[in-house]
Design a protein around this ligand. Structure first.
Ligand code: AN7
Length: 321
């Protein structure tokens, strides 16, 4: 079994022998060569497949640290506002720790699969009449009242856990890539990658790919109007690239059909930035932040439809072209 993230990176994390390790076997995710995409875009592309985490997204890296520290510090419950993935991750790690999770999602704006996942994991899910930014403000205020520990990326332990993706990539490649490319929603992951790069003393750059229509993008995970970490993203020196929904969908299909990796639409924003010619560097790692099964409804809507035919070999051979 791969070691829990906290054990693998113990010296690099703010944990002690007293910290209870709340784990589901996160981290140590695949780093995949992308031969066909490399050919198409004329550089060496790698995919860091974060859909391989226990709840299907990179959030688990930060959540194992945030919930372990919350339990160490005596938390009775955790709270978050979420576009879906933080919700599922918080619910899973809270259940693992035996404490309740309160999850606020903007009503009607989150993938149904993520809400179902979060409900199955035993969290209390409140659909807030408002957008993500308003839900986050409410979560912050409730955390300030002291009843719940906030496990959004404003919790500094989240960044500590998430920076470990950079450690894994560099360890596996044997050196730093020229560029790390990640989607940009609130910017917590950009600031985590910047911290990893700083700690390892690397010269690598970051490209953060955001939706050009932040408030209405079909990539619901990054449907965030006001990124809370915008100033950290600026200070990190990340190169912010805006990509359209059409470009995201094209990139999303390419990742599936050309490399066999079914991610969620938001995760394809980085490849869309590559396709737009906005990513410098010869060796480039694209982090695919979440699994495609996280947003089945969008796949059902946009994937090539199946063709119906009779159950005879001739009819099937003909229909298959
Ligand atoms: C798949 O779950 O904000 O720039 O509440 O789920 O660190 O915000 C999710 C964000 C990229 C953006 N890819 O990362 C939430 C939430 C996926 C995501 C992002 C998210 P940040």
């Amino acid at each position: 079994m791969v070691p829990p993230l906290i054990e693998r990176f113990r010296p690099q994390l703010p944990v002690s022998a007293e910290t209870p390790v709340v784990t589901l076997g996160e981290g140590s995710t695949p780093l995949l060569r992308a031969p066909r995409l490399s050919e198409r875009y004329g550089r060496e592309l790698w995919l860091k497949w974060e859909g391989g985490n226990p709840t299907g997204s990179y959030k688990d890296r930060g959540m194992t640290v945030a919930v372990s520290k919350a339990v160490e510090e005596g938390a009775q419950a955790v709270i978050c506002a979420s576009t879906g993935n933080t919700a599922a991750s918080a619910a899973a790690y809270a259940a693992r720790a035996g404490i309740p999770a309160l999850v606020l999602v903007p009503v009607g704006a989150v993938s149904g699969a993520k809400v179902a996942q979060t409900r199955m994991l035993g969290a209390t899910v409140l659909e807030v009449r408002g957008d993500f930014d308003e839900a986050l403000s409410a979560a912050l205020e409730l955390a300030r009242r002291g009843t719940h520990v906030l496990v959004n990326s404003l919790n500094p332990y989240r960044r500590e856990g998430q920076k470990t993706a950079v450690y894994e990539i560099v360890e596996e490649l044997g050196s730093a890539p020229d560029t790390f490319v990640i989607p940009y929603g609130g910017g917590g992951n950009t600031s985590a990658y910047a911290q990893g790069i700083r700690e390892l003393g690397l010269g690598a750059g970051i490209v953060s790919a955001e939706a050009s229509d932040r408030r209405h993008t079909l990539a619901s995970a990054i449907r965030i109007g006001e990124p809370v970490h915008a100033s950290a993203v600026r200070e990190a020196g990340a190169h912010v690239v805006a990509v359209s929904d059409d470009a995201i969908v094209d990139a999303w299909r390419e990742l599936g059909a050309l490399e066999g990796v079914f991610c969620e639409p938001s995760s394809a924003a980085g490849l869309a930035a590559v396709a737009a010619g906005s990513v410098p560097g010869e060796r480039v790692v694209l982090t695919l932040t979440g699994h495609g099964l996280k947003d089945v409804a969008t796949a059902e809507r946009l994937a090539p439809p199946p063709v119906q035919c009779d159950a005879s070999p001739d009819a099937i051979a003909e229909a298959a072209g």
